[in-house]
Design a protein around this ligand. Structure first.
Ligand SMILES: [Zn+2]
Length: 217
């Protein structure tokens, strides 16, 4: 049974999409067929920056609960601080990510990959700070306490392939977790994220690459 979780409806007849056949990363940095929810929590990348890091996160709101509207609400600055005790402390945060992959594999995009999403916070990769400047951030709906779903890995693999073709500076060694770039402050994507499975999938042939690394004009 592919979808073993409670409360997750199988995407009947939609597996070609999960396999990535319908995904396309457009020149403007948006994925076709992603559910587009534009966040204001973004700004231009520094001029001339090379996009050469991919950061994997997990998020669930409230923590450990899935399927609600709260992640979108947070990224749209519309989270009701009174809707749940946990929200009081985070409702005023101004954060976003480029992509969110729901438990059932649905892809949501908040920010064009060409722009800076506010996902990494205070962070450093190989001595370089402000990872938001040069990274793409993908949130998996999940937590540090249970596995992610097969549907999420399918979609993550597919979009990662598209992102690596578009931004060749993002090599397998430049795909990392939030906990790695913000140690002591962040723990996601957590111990249940299967890096081995993900990296094995990345070793598959990626098809033709774009001729030049993408630089922000
Ligand atoms: Zn994170």
């Amino acid at each position: 049974m592919l979808f073993s979780e409670k409360n997750i409806a199988p995407l009947v007849g939609d597996f070609t999409r999960l396999a990535g056949a319908d995904w396309a990363l457009e020149p403007d940095g948006w994925f076709t067929n992603a559910h587009r929810v534009v966040s204001l929590n973004q700004d231009p990348r520094p001029l001339g920056v090379l996009i050469d890091l991919l950061v994997i996160h997990n998020i669930s709101l409230p923590p450990g609960e899935y399927g609600g509207p709260w992640i979108e609400a947070l990224f749209l600055n519309r989270l009701d601080p009174l809707a749940h005790p946990y929200f009081t402390a985070i409702a005023s945060l101004r954060v976003s990510a480029h992509l969110l992959i729901r438990r059932d594999g649905r892809l949501v995009q908040f920010v064009s990959l060409l722009n800076r999403a506010w996902h990494a916070g205070c962070s450093s990769f190989e001595g370089r700070c402000n990872c938001n400047d040069f990274s793409v951030g993908i949130e998996l709906e999940g937590s540090d306490h249970e596995p992610f779903t097969p549907a999420q890995y399918q979609v993550l693999n597919a979009v990662t392939g598209d992102i690596m073709r578009r931004f060749p500076g993002i090599t397998p060694s430049r795909i990392t977790g939030h906990s790695h770039i913000a140690p002591g402050r962040k723990t996601d994507p957590g111990p249940y994220f299967d890096w081995d499975q993900y990296r094995m999938a990345l070793a598959l042939p990626l098809g033709p690459t774009y001729p030049e690394p993408e630089r922000v004009q």
